[in-house]
Ligand binder design. Structure first.
Ligand SMILES: NC(=O)c1ccc[n+]([C@@H]2O[C@H](COP(=O)([O-])OP(=O)(O)OC[C@H]3O[C@@H](n4cnc5c(N)ncnc54)[C@H](O)[C@@H]3O)[C@@H](O)[C@H]2O)c1
Length: 255
């Protein structure tokens, strides 16, 4: 059984993970953290991480970018693997996380779905074949409560595609402030916010004659929650190093 400290436990993702762990003999949430006080869980919820006395195997974090530096320090002080799922991290926080992976084990992914990570592999393959004859556009859609745009996943896709392009690319976010024709080196990234969309991502490869679209639709938050629990099992017992969903995909493919 993997014992979990769940940070951001009162949020949408925190609740999804808590629900999946109920009556699941493989996982136990032993404590949580949030800025909201909560007495409805069967585990204690700390608003100050220093007060946590429980022992645990891993930390899963789905909270807010501003909270991540504190959670990282908590992980370092307890010498436990840190699974960072929160998005929109500052460059400084990303650098601090990378540095910390020399001290503790870190798992970081802006999208914990196995399907999205497969989609990224397919988009990289398509880019190798279709660039520069096809224009590349990424369109993402999320629920109307999402704070950051574009999504961390859209940026993951854009960065992965960028690695396959030998030219200097330019990311163009929406086009409202760009009064010029599209260049071949451009990767367009557009965001839609509305209703209760869990997370849609399309990568479009567009030529004069045809359009190839690679699509992913998350139908429920459980896809991310299940990925985070999969990562918890993967990270349990690891002492240091930096891991991503690619390491979990590699387990499926045996590479
Ligand atoms: N990696 C992935 O696959 C994935 C999937 C979904 C969401 N996310 C990201 O996870 C994060 C949380 O998403 P959500 O939909 O659950 O959001 P949410 O707003 O529903 O929940 C966030 C929770 O964190 C708490 N929180 C906020 N600031 C805090 C702080 N300073 N200290 C402690 N707790 C704090 C809030 O009170 C809330 O309970 C976001 O960054 C989101 O983009 C990542």
């Amino acid at each position: 059984m993997v014992k979990i400290f769940l940070h951001g436990c009162c949020g949408r993702m925190g609740k999804a993970i808590a629900a999946l762990c109920e009556n699941n003999p493989d996982y136990k949430i032993v404590a949580g953290g949030d800025i909201i006080e909560n007495n409805n869980y069967s585990f204690p919820v700390y608003t100050s991480l220093n007060e946590c006395t429980e022992d645990f195997d891993v930390i899963i974090d789905f909270s807010n970018a501003t909270a991540v530096p504190t959670v990282l320090e908590f992980a370092k002080s307890r010498k436990k693997p840190f699974i960072c799922c929160t998005t929109a991290l500052s460059d400084q926080t990303v650098a601090d996380i990378l540095n910390a992976s020399e001290e503790i084990a870190i798992f970081k992914s802006a999208n914990m779905s196995v399907g999205i990570n497969l989609m990224i592999e397919l988009a990289k393959q398509a880019t190798k074949i279709l660039y520069p004859d096809f224009d590349i556009e990424i369109v993402e859609a999320h629920h109307n409560r999402k704070l950051d745009a574009p999504s961390g996943t859209a940026m993951m896709i854009a960065n992965a595609i960028d690695q396959e392009i030998p030219d200097q690319t330019e990311f163009v976010y929406d086009r409202h402030s760009v009064n010029k024709a599209r260049s071949k080196q451009e990767i367009g990234i557009s965001s839609i916010r509305g209703g209760n969309i869990v997370g849609d991502h399309d990568v479009m490869f567009i030529s004069d004659e045809e359009i190839v679209t690679i699509s992913h639709r998350a139908q429920t938050r459980d896809v991310f929650a299940k990925g985070a629990l999969r990562a918890a099992s993967f990270m349990c017992g690891k002492e240091r190093g930096y891991f991503t969903m690619s390491d979990i995909i590699a387990e499926y493919t045996g590479e």
